[in-house]
Design a protein around this ligand. Structure first.
Ligand SMILES: *Cc1c(COP(=O)(O)O)cnc(C)c1O
Length: 355
C-alpha cells in the first residue's frame, strides 16, 4: 500500500488517475505517442480539451456567460494578471487579508493600483459587516481558503456591482460553488486539480474588455479566451491530468459527494484535535478549513518525534509551514477517508505515549 500524503501542494492525486496515466503513457489515445509529444492543436488533444472543459462546466455548473481558461504562471501569476485584466481605467481595488496568500496577492496588486484593505484577520474570517469597501473599486479580491493558516470562508461575500474575485487554489472543486456570484475565479492546479504548471481561470465574459493596455498577450484573458487557452503552447501534460481528475470527480458522484466526504474527513480530524487536550488548532471554529488543518502539539519539543513517527506509520508531509510551525494535514479531494482515520489513530497513540 502507498503511504498517505498530506502535502499542502503539490499534493496527492487520486490513485486511479495515476494508474490511468501509467497505462496511457506510451500510447495516448491510439496516437502511438505520449500525450506530452502530440500537438496541442492536433485533433486528439483538441477533442480532449473540449471534453475537459465540458466536464468542468458540468461539475461546477458554470453559466454560459463565463469563459473557462487554462493559463500558466500559477496562482501567483494571477496575483498580477487579475489587476492587469480587471483594472481598466480604475485605480483602486478592494482586498481582504486573511493570511499569507491574501498578503501576497495584495503585494502584487500594489504594483498596479491602490489597494484598499477592506478587512483583515488571520485566525478567522472577518465578519462581512466590518468590511470597509470602496465605492470606486475595480473589483473585490479575497482568499476563500488560506492554505497556510487553515482559514476558510463558509460563505460568499456580497460585492454588489463590483466584480468579486476569489483565489480558490486550495479549495476549488471541494464542494459545489455558485459561480454566478463571481467575476473571476482562479486556482493553481497543484492542490485539488492536478500537477503544477496549469491554472484554472473562470471569467465572466463582460469583464474581458477591462484589461490595461500593457497586459502581456499570454496573460490576457481576452486573448486566451479567443484562442481556446492556446494563444501560446499550453502545458499539455498538466492539462491532460486535470482532465482525468475532473472525470474522476464525476465518477465519485460530483461536487456534492466531494463535499460530504471532505466534511466527514475534516470533522473527524478537528474532533480528535479538540477532544485531545494535547493538540490544538488556532482557528476560530466558524472559519476552520476543511482542506488544510494546522495543529500544534502541547510540547513543541516533541515535533520531530511526531514527524518521524508519522512517516514510519505511512503518513507523509505533516510538517507545518515554517512560519506557523507545528503540523498541517491537507485533506484535499484525493485524500481518502481511511488516510484521515489512520492519522487520527496515530495521533491518539502518540498522545498516549508522550502526552
Ligand atoms: C498554493 C497557493 C498559491 C500559490 O500557487 P502557485 O501556483 O505556487 O503560484 C496561491 N494561493 C493559494 C490560496 C494557494 O494555496
Amino acid at each position: 500500500m502507498r503511504p498517505y500524503n498530506f502535502s499542502p501542494g503539490p499534493a496527492v492525486l487520486p490513485e486511479p488517475v495515476l494508474e490511468r496515466i501509467r497505462h496511457e503513457l506510451m500510447d495516448w489515445n491510439g496516437t502511438g505517442c505520449s500525450v506530452m509529444e502530440v500537438s496541442h492543436r492536433g485533433k486528439d488533444f483538441m477533442a480532449f480539451a473540449t471534453r475537459t472543459e465540458a466536464t468542468l462546466r458540468s461539475l461546477l455548473a458554470v453559466p454560459d456567460n463565463y469563459k473557462v481558461l487554462f493559463m500558466q504562471g500559477g496562482a501567483s501569476g494571477q496575483f498580477a494578471i487579475v489587476p492587469l485584466n480587471l483594472l481598466g481605467d480604475k485605480s483602486v481595488a478592494d482586498y481582504v487579508n486573511t493570511g499569507q496568500w491574501s498578503n501576497k496577492a495584495i503585494g502584487e496588486a500594489q504594483r498596479y493600483c491602490t489597494v484598499n484593505l477592506a478587512a483583515e484577520d488571520s485566525i478567522g474570517v472577518p465578519a462581512f459587516e466590518s468590511w470597509r469597501l470602496s465605492a470606486d473599486a475595480a473589483y473585490l479580491h479575497y482568499t476563500p481558503n488560506e492554505t497556510i493558516g487553515g482559514v476558510e470562508y463558509h460563505w460568499i461575500p456580497e460585492s454588489g456591482d463590483v466584480p468579486l474575485v476569489g483565489d480558490f487554489s486550495s479549495s476549488i472543486l471541494s464542494r459545489p460553488l455558485d459561480v454566478s456570484r463571481f467575476g473571476v475565479i482562479y486556482a493553481g492546479a497543484q492542490k485539488n486539480i492536478g500537477p503544477a504548471g496549469i491554472t484554472l481561470v473562470l471569467v465572466r465574459d463582460d469583464l474581458l474588455d477591462n484589461a490595461r493596455p500593457e497586459t502581456p498577450g499570454a496573460f490576457s484573458y481576452k486573448q486566451q479566451a479567443a484562442a481556446d487557452s492556446m494563444s501560446n503552447t499550453p502545458p499539455v501534460f498538466a492539462w491532460y491530468v486535470a482532465g482525468l481528475v475532473f472525470e474522476w470527480i464525476v465518477e465519485q458522484g460530483g461536487l456534492a459527494a466531494m463535499e460530504n466526504c471532505n466534511q466527514r474527513k475534516a470533522d473527524v480530524l478537528y474532533a480528535a484535535i479538540d477532544e485531545s487536550g494535547f493538540y490544538s488548532n488556532p482557528v476560530r471554529p466558524d472559519s476552520r478549513s476543511r482542506m488544510n488543518v494546522p495543529f500544534t502539539l502541547a510540547d513543541p519539543s516533541l515535533d520531530s518525534e511526531f514527524l518521524a513517527g508519522s512517516v514510519n506509520a505511512g503518513l507523509l508531509n505533516l510538517k507545518g509551514h515554517r512560519i506557523v510551525g507545528g503540523m498541517r494535514a491537507s485533506l484535499y479531494n484525493a485524500m481518502p477517508e481511511e488516510g484521515v482515520l489512520a492519522l487520527v489513530e496515530f495521533m491518539r497513540e502518540f498522545e498516549r505515549k508522550f502526552g
